[in-house]
Ligand binder design. Structure first.
Ligand code: BGC
Length: 451
């Protein structure tokens, strides 16, 4: 429970909340400096909260061609896709199946999770009547921190986003996938590439737009990747000194941010305490929970719902980021959505004051998240191009970016605050479905280089 500071009245408490959630331009400038220090350490191979993981892939040239199967694991759903690359910069999804992942599979064992994946692939093959005499190249988007050792191999470093399946951390996920495919008698699939979702997003966007040099996910979790000069990756010196390699930053683990007591409580109650601090302040899996902790604190202090000791928000997970989106969307004078949401929680005697407070808390929590996201984007762009002289397209995917009202606008405003007029060189685009398509392109790059 967030420790109760000696604040009693509503006005003082509101001022306190405004203060602890506020992110100023000077905070953003500090964030950028700290990001650069951590990036440098991560690239050199020193201990850093930014893992800066080489992906073994550079941006594509747009000529990659063929049909590929892609798997996308990383959030609440698992997807199997068939992707067609036309060799002229167009990637289209020709078939897709989406499967909800059971908590039992997420938090059970490696056999269960990879068995589930193999079952989904089997179903996809049957439903789409794939010709089993052909060998299909498959790309696996596995959106967790993986220490990659080549384009189709890598060990899971640590689980994030509520996954805890035993027997996967420290193991090569491609070996686990191949074992599961074999067990299920699936022989028409060759696993050709392993990719993080950020890398897929960047690759998919840069397939048709060479100015794209930053891929970002703002969804259940958050992370980013960018192409780094090989000479700067001191921990991994490649053969071609002029070349580039995409670096999966794992920025969700950045740990130089000022935490509120609510953030600390959330962290303590999470399965990965002490890790992923930026992710826990920014991404869709956690924003609802931070808001819940604030509301619950206000209930305990008697500052909301007419001082009633209601228990509607006692339970972890009883307020979701989707609920916040609804609340944020509602601009009507009577705040109908907020009323509807509170009623669904069994709260009846709702005042205009309550509705406004809830809306305000959602705004504080989500604005902080958007500003940290914008600051982190500015940090990577200024690392690549300190004066921001060149054009940069930032491809972003994820439900938070796509659906949370005002989130994208606040990211852009933060970049404008940092770079002034030069921010005109930044184009922020929604790179929808990037991770699946991008993985297919990576598989094509891998197949080409094998030839
Ligand atoms: C993972 C990243 C991933 C991000 C977005 C984080 O929890 O560590 O690898 O890219 O979520 O899905």
């Amino acid at each position: 429970m967030a420790s109760a500071s000696p604040i009693i009245g509503f006005d003082e408490f509101a001022a306190y909340l405004n203060k602890i959630f506020k992110i100023t331009l000077s905070d953003i400038k500090i964030l950028i400096r700290e990001f650069h220090t951590e990036m440098q350490k991560g690239l050199t191979g020193y201990e850093s909260s930014l893992k800066m993981i080489p992906s073994y892939v550079d941006r594509p040239n747009g000529k990659e061609k063929g049909q590929y199967i892609a798997l996308d694991l990383g959030g609440t759903n698992f997807r199997v896709l068939s992707v067609e690359l036309d060799g002229r910069g167009n990637a289209s999804v020709t078939a897709v199946s989406k499967f909800a992942i059971d908590i039992a599979d997420m938090q059970g064992t490696a056999e269960q999770l990879f068995g589930f994946i193999a079952n989904c692939i089997h179903q996809f093959i049957e439903e789409n009547q794939l010709d089993k005499r052909i060998q299909y190249d498959l790309a696996f988007t596995f959106s967790f921190p993986v220490d990659q050792t080549n384009i189709a191999a890598g060990k899971l470093l640590v689980w994030t986003k509520g996954f805890t399946a035993k027997g996967v951390e420290g193991e090569d996920v491609i070996v686990l996938l191949n074992e599961a495919l074999k067990k299920k008698d699936i022989h028409c699939i060759r696993v050709a590439a392993l990719a993080n979702d950020t890398v897929g997003t960047l690759v998919a966007r840069s397939y048709k737009d060479p100015s794209c040099d930053l891929g970002v996910i703002l969804g259940t979790g958050t992370n980013a990747c960018y192409p780094e000069k090989l000479v700067n990756i001191q921990k991994w010196r490649g053969l071609d000194p002029k070349g580039h390699m995409i670096i999966n930053m794992e920025w969700g683990n950045f740990n130089k941010l000022r935490l509120t007591n609510y953030d600390k409580d959330l962290d303590l109650a999470s399965p990965n305490t002490g890790a992923q601090f930026l992710e826990k302040m920014v991404s869709g899996m956690y924003l609802g929970e931070i808001t819940r902790l604030v509301v619950q604190d206000m209930i305990h202090r008697g500052l909301i719902f007419l001082g009633s000791k209601c228990t509607a928000f006692e339970k972890k997970g009883s307020l979701l980021t989707e609920n916040m989106s609804l609340v944020a969307e509602d601009n009507s004078a009577n705040l109908g959505e907020v009323e509807f949401f509170l009623k669904s929680k069994g709260i009846t005697n709702i005042t205009a004051h309550d509705k406004n407070i809830l809306k305000h808390v959602c705004d504080l929590v989500s604005t902080r998240a958007a500003k940290i996201s914008g600051g982190s984007i500015a940090a990577v762009l200024s690392w690549m191009d300190p004066e921001l002289k060149n054009k940069h397209t930032v491809g972003i995917d994820g439900s938070l970016f796509e659906k949370y009202p005002g989130f994208a606008r606040k990211i852009k405003a933060t970049c404008k605050d940092v770079f002034g007029e030069n921010a005109l060189n930044i184009e922020i685009v929604h790179a929808k479905d990037g991770s699946g398509k991008g993985a297919a392109i990576i598989a094509a790059v891998a197949a080409q280089s094998e030839k």
